[in-house]
Design a protein around this ligand. Structure first.
Ligand code: NAD
Length: 370
């Protein structure tokens, strides 16, 4: 009998707990109906932790996250905590987890489900069937590089400095994840930088080329400058399978790609670290949306981004591909019946709330399993 999978759930603030309630029903369904079971622990993070224990995350919560096989996160933040100093803010909860778990690769899929093809601002013929994955390096590059700061110059001007720094080791570890992902998908990886104007970009390109030739000869590796990539994502996004890029370019390109799909309430993400000696890879899964204070408590948040984050968790942390695909299919099928939360509402569809959407997904899972 395989050991139960240990999950740490961190609902957080705003709509985080609302969407997490619905994903728990999906987790329970998988535990009841498939050959896998879960030990679930739930804990405070963000504003909820500030209110409960006076800080955005405790050492005990970090230890629980390290002990878990995977962490499923909701969202943190809200106006109630906006006046706190930076070190006490709810966002420190997620930043601490990323640092302590060594989560350096952020995976952001941009998937256009057929029933939502009209939700994109781009023409349906451009985005129909879109299924791409952006792998963003998440702990290095210009957001962390030294020197940084603001200097005073002798002539009285100020000078702001940030530094783009990457080592071959940092490029290789995120590159390896991207190559492995491409191997599980269509086998194409596009590495994105600005090797034409940045030395760090040139090193990125050379390192990715050498890594591909050495360890992943079966993957079709291409290279693209980041400015061209932004243009190509809008012109013809379906040309991409997996994109790998630095922290800064990934920040911009993954937000751009998410909008190709039309709704924040639909988009999951994963952040992965390096496997330990036993092969266990630290991993945190979360929707890309925030705590949405404007709709919190109204029962209208779309729970699908959180449910699809759980599907990603099953796929990437536990290689439960069938179960992940089943959850994704259930979400698509429910949308295809015309049932919608307000954020993805369209003419002729029927508006439902968060709880009813969870109920419909579970009902559809029952139907798919029958
Ligand atoms: P947001 O993603 O919370 O909301 C942006 C807009 O999208 C809002 O109009 C919201 O109602 C809508 N929206 C988001 N998720 C939705 C869902 N599941 N269903 C329906 N509509 C949805 O971004 P924001 O308003 O810029 O930030 C609000 C708070 O969230 C801030 O405190 C911010 O710091 C925090 N935040 C947290 C995370 C995180 O926890 N990882 C990420 C982004 C923002």
């Amino acid at each position: 009998m395989p050991a139960n999978k240990r999950l740490l759930l961190l609902p957080g603030d705003g709509i985080g707990p609302e969407v997490m309630t619905e994903v728990r029903r999906v987790i329970d369904w998988v535990g009841r109906n498939r050959a896998v079971s879960f030990d679930i622990t739930e804990d405070f993070v963000g504003g909820a932790a500030i209110d409960a224990v006076g800080k955005p995350i405790t050492d005990e919560t970090v230890a629980r996250a390290k002990a878990a096989d995977a962490v499923l996160f909701g969202a943190v933040g809200g106006p109630k905590w906006d006046k706190l100093g930076f070190a006490q803010r709810p966002e420190i909860g997620i930043l601490t987890l990323r640092r302590e778990l060594g989560l350096f690769a952020n995976l952001r899929p941009a998937l256009v489900l057929d029933p939502l093809v009209e939700a994109s601002t781009l023409k349906p013929e451009v985005v129909r069937g879109l299924d791409l994955m952006i792998v963003r390096e998440a702990t290095g590059g210009i957001y962390f590089g030294e020197p940084r700061g603001v200097d005073m110059l002798p002539d009285g001007q100020k000078r702001g400095i940030n530094t783009e720094v990457y080592t071959t080791g940092e490029i290789e570890r995120v590159g390896r994840i991207a190559f492995e992902l491409a191997g599980k998908r269509a086998g194409r990886l596009c590495s994105v930088e600005k090797a034409n104007v940045m030395e760090s970009g040139l090193l990125w390109r050379e390192t990715m080329t050498a890594l591909g030739a050495r360890e992943f000869p079966g993957i079709a590796l291409s290279h693209m400058y980041a400015d061209n990539c932004a243009m190509q994502l809008v012109r013809n996004p379906r040309q991409f399978d997996v994109i790998v890029t630095s922290n800064l370019f990934g920040d911009l390109l993954s937000d751009l790609a998410s909008m190709l799909t039309g709704s924040l309430g639909m988009l999951p993400s994963a952040t992965l670290g390096a496997p330990d000696a036993r092969g266990k890879r630290p991993a945190l899964y979360e929707p890309i949306h925030g705590s949405a204070p404007d709709i919190a408590g109204k029962g209208i948040a779309n729970p699908m981004a959180e449910i699809l984050s759980f599907a990603m968790l099953l796929r990437w942390s536990f290689t439960l591909e069938d179960e992940a695909a089943m959850i994704e299919r259930a979400c698509t099928n429910v949308l295809a019946t015309g049932l919608r939360t307000p954020d993805v509402m369209a003419p002729g569809c029927t508006k439902i709330g968060t709880t009813d959407m969870g109920t419909e997904v579970v009902k559809e899972l029952d139907r798919l399993a029958a």
